[in-house]
Design a protein around this ligand. Structure first.
Ligand SMILES: *[C@@H]1O[C@H](CO)[C@@H](O)[C@H](O)[C@H]1NC(C)=O
Ligand SMILES: *[C@@H]1O[C@H](CO)[C@@H](O)[C@H](O)[C@H]1NC(C)=O
Ligand SMILES: *[C@@H]1O[C@H](CO)[C@@H](O)[C@H](O)[C@H]1NC(C)=O
Ligand SMILES: *[C@@H]1O[C@H](CO)[C@@H](O)[C@H](O)[C@H]1NC(C)=O
Ligand SMILES: *[C@@H]1O[C@H](CO)[C@@H](O)[C@H](O)[C@H]1NC(C)=O
Ligand SMILES: *[C@@H]1O[C@H](CO)[C@@H](O)[C@H](O)[C@H]1NC(C)=O
Ligand SMILES: *[C@@H]1O[C@H](CO)[C@@H](O)[C@H](O)[C@H]1NC(C)=O
Ligand SMILES: *[C@@H]1O[C@H](CO)[C@@H](O)[C@H](O)[C@H]1NC(C)=O
Ligand SMILES: *[C@@H]1O[C@H](CO)[C@@H](O)[C@H](O)[C@H]1NC(C)=O
Ligand SMILES: *[C@@H]1O[C@H](CO)[C@@H](O)[C@H](O)[C@H]1NC(C)=O
Length: 446
């Protein structure tokens, strides 16, 4: 996403610079001077003023974007750091420094972007009193590990922010409760930092928030029920933190949500939340690595849009609901591995058209397995001592893979499970001889 928006930015800049002619008004000299100062602070090894002596809105390094306000050009976007050879944004040197006061002259600045700019851990950047221009709408820091700072100073006065994306930096301390004042915020992505403490209740005030990603930090405590007030949310990722208590029931209000990841937290013993069944647009849901335990509930009837489910390592017991195979027609990934599930594998899984991986390893599943080659290759079944392959050389064992290690069924297995697995349509689909015939017909173009 970030890379994409950079390249569009650059394309924009390309056309934009062509459209300017010499008799148009020039960039304000204070902005011009401030940009040289910023460039020198990020990379003193490049002679910026010699390379770009002219008006910086007519000819500037890539990543610098100008726009007009009342016929006067201003710098509105600054993108720094090596992104790719195609987008030669000004690279940062290993002793790059970040001095927010250098940015105060850019009073029209809407976006500030740093990618892999501050990565020299010998050169820790600790901001005590910065003040980026309050015109900023997007502040993006990706993979700048030498920024080791609390969040608070970064947020001072930036009440127009719509996107705050801070991924893979060294931000630590709490998420300040002033975050609730950023009422225009649409994306808050703070993943892969060292943020800690509880999530403030005020977060629930961000009505326009579409993306909330606090993953891979050290947050803990209960997620406030108020997060359920964020009814615009499309993506909620709280994975890899230390959140505990119960998953808030109020999440059932998040009707637009398509992506929910709560995996690898400390949620306990409350079972798979039933409210999932009330979020009809859900496409991906991950709860792995929380000992929620209990059975997999029958909540799948309205969840036909679901494509990926991660329910690994959750202490789940009981049978895999047949309804999952019946309703989840778009399922491509299903992780139920490392639970305590028993019973048979629903034969409906064999009909999943888009299945890419169905991982049922390390459970206590039993019975015969007879799936077509296509689905068979996607099945992972190791660590289920009670499972056996339906046919001695059934179609799915041909390609070895994860099924190869299963024992062929004994006559007794075949008899005891035949009722379950061989009835109606499944016989048609899974009998190897008929399958060969069907494939022949397909091959011949019928
Ligand atoms: C940064 O490094 C360059 C050469 O690598 C050097 O010329 C410059 O003085 C250094 N700046 C600081 C502030 O250390
Ligand atoms: C910092 O970034 C530069 C440029 O991308 C890279 O060459 C260097 O290896 C990085 N250093 C670390 C410690 O990641
Ligand atoms: C950063 O600055 C703050 C306040 O000036 C100080 O309390 C803190 O110890 C500093 N942190 C580091 C890692 O230097
Ligand atoms: C924040 O904005 C107020 C009013 O615009 C200003 O007085 C104050 O100096 C600003 N604070 C910082 C840290 O820039
Ligand atoms: C941040 O977290 C990483 C991994 O959790 C850890 O290695 C690093 O020491 C932490 N840094 C600080 C400043 O706490
Ligand atoms: C936000 O959520 C909390 C708890 O779910 C609720 O008590 C409160 O009324 C909600 N506030 C608004 C403004 O919707
Ligand atoms: C399943 O996926 C197809 C193709 O991506 C999509 O058109 C369809 O709406 C999806 N089904 C549901 C129930 O969302
Ligand atoms: C596995 O399931 C069988 C019944 O199919 C049961 O007798 C056995 O106790 C189960 N084992 C575990 C470890 O749950
Ligand atoms: C197929 O079954 C025969 C006899 O039942 C057995 O000798 C043979 O090893 C089996 N083949 C495989 C691949 O399991
Ligand atoms: C089973 O495998 C043997 C040898 O591997 C082969 O001769 C036989 O035709 C196979 N039977 C079926 C039904 O595919």
């Amino acid at each position: 996403m970030a890379l994409f928006s950079i390249s569009t930015t650059l394309i924009f800049f390309f056309f934009f610079s062509l459209s300017l002619s010499q008799d148009q008004p020039l960039l304000d000299p204070t902005e011009q001077k401030a940009l040289y100062n910023v460039l020198n602070s990020l990379n003193p090894t490049i002679p910026w003023q010699t390379l770009f002596p002219d008006d910086l809105c007519l000819s500037a390094p890539h990543g610098v974007v100008c726009d007009y306000d009342q016929n006067q050009p201003h710098i509105v976007e600054l993108n720094f750091g090596y992104v790719s050879d195609e987008t030669p944004t000004p690279p940062c040197s290993s002793n790059a420094t970040l001095n927010p006061t250098l940015f105060t002259s850019f009073s029209y600045l809407r976006k500030l972007f740093f990618y892999k700019c501050f990565n020299n851990t010998q050169n820790i950047i600790n901001l005590s009193l910065p003040s980026f221009p309050s015109s900023l709408q997007e502040l993006v820091f990706i993979q700048n590990p030498s920024i080791v700072s609390p969040l608070q100073p970064f947020l001072t006065n930036l009440t127009s922010l719509r996107r705050l994306v801070l991924i893979g930096n060294g931000f630590h301390g709490e998420l300040p409760s002033q975050i609730g004042d950023f009422i225009d915020m649409e994306e808050l992505t703070l993943s892969k930092n060292n943020l800690s403490g509880a999530v403030p209740v005020s977060l629930g005030k961000l009505k326009k928030l579409k993306i909330l990603d606090l993953s891979q930090n050290e947050f803990k405590g209960c997620v406030p029920e108020h997060v359920g007030n964020l009814t615009s949310l499309l993506k909620l990722d709280l994975s890899y933190n230390g959140f505990s208590c119960k998953i808030p029931e109020s999440f059932s209000n998040l009707k637009k949500m398509e992506f929910l990841d709560l995996s690898f937290n400390l949620y306990g013993n409350f079972g798979v939340p039933l409210f999932l069944g009330e979020i009809p647009g859900l496409k991906e849901v991950y709860l792995s690595g929380n000992l929620l335990s209990g059975k997999i509930p029958e909540i799948w009837k309205n969840l036909g849009a679901v494509e990926k489910i991660g329910f690994s390592k959750m202490g789940l017991v009981g049978k895999i609901p047949v309804s999952m195979g019946v309703y989840l027609k778009n399922l491509s990934y299903l992780g139920l591995d490392n639970n305590k599930l028993d019973g048979s594998v629903p034969k409906e899984f064999g009909l999943l058209e888009f299945a890419n991986e169905i991982n049922l390893e390390n459970n206590n599943l039993s019975g015969r397995i007879t799936f077509s080659t296509r689905v068979g290759q996607k099945l992972k079944l190791a660590g289920n001592v009670g499972l056996c392959l339906g046919n001695n050389n059934s179609s799915c064992s041909e390609n070895g893979g994860s099924l190869g290690q299963l024992n062929p069924c004994k006559i007794t297995d075949v008899v005891s499970d035949s009722e379950v697995l061989f009835n109606g349509a499944s016989l048609m689909l899974f009998d190897p001889i008929k399958l060969v015939l069907v494939m022949l017909f397909v091959f011949m173009g019928f």
